[in-house]
Design a protein around this ligand. Structure first.
Ligand code: ZN
Length: 112
């Protein structure tokens, strides 16, 4: 399960940055193209966080829609489905501008 591997790296990053304090909230950005199932990621996060400083933290995900610029006609497209296709000319050769994000954006830590 791909979400479990993502959850492991999120918990690892958050634990390291927390530097001994408890994490109460983790905010992350998840691009559409990552094909992450939010409920599966939340579930995996809960499992992996057990016994770490991240245990019990809330996971907030901001979904980033996909955007791409067509290499054929230059139109910028908001991409809502796969396969990725240009709305201007119907081409499939798109430079991805957004939608591949997968990062921990911020943490909230318990007051020391
Ligand atoms: Zn195009």
């Amino acid at each position: 399960m791909h979400e479990l591997a993502i959850a492991e790296s999120v918990v690892r990053i958050a634990s390291r940055q927390a530097d001994g304090r408890r994490v109460t909230k983790v905010q992350m950005k998840v691009g559409y193209l990552r094909q992450v199932v939010p409920s599966a990621l939340t579930f995996g996060f809960g499992l992996v966080a057990e016994g770490t400083p991240v245990e019990g933290a809330e996971l907030q995900m901001e979904q980033v829609p996909a955007e791409g610029r067509c290499r054929g006609c230059g139109v910028e497209n908001k991409l809502g489905s796969l396969p990725l296709q240009c709305g201007g000319c119907g081409g499939f050769d798109l430079e991805i501008l957004k939608g591949e994000e997968l990062m921990v954006e911020s943490l909230e830590l318990e007051e020391a």
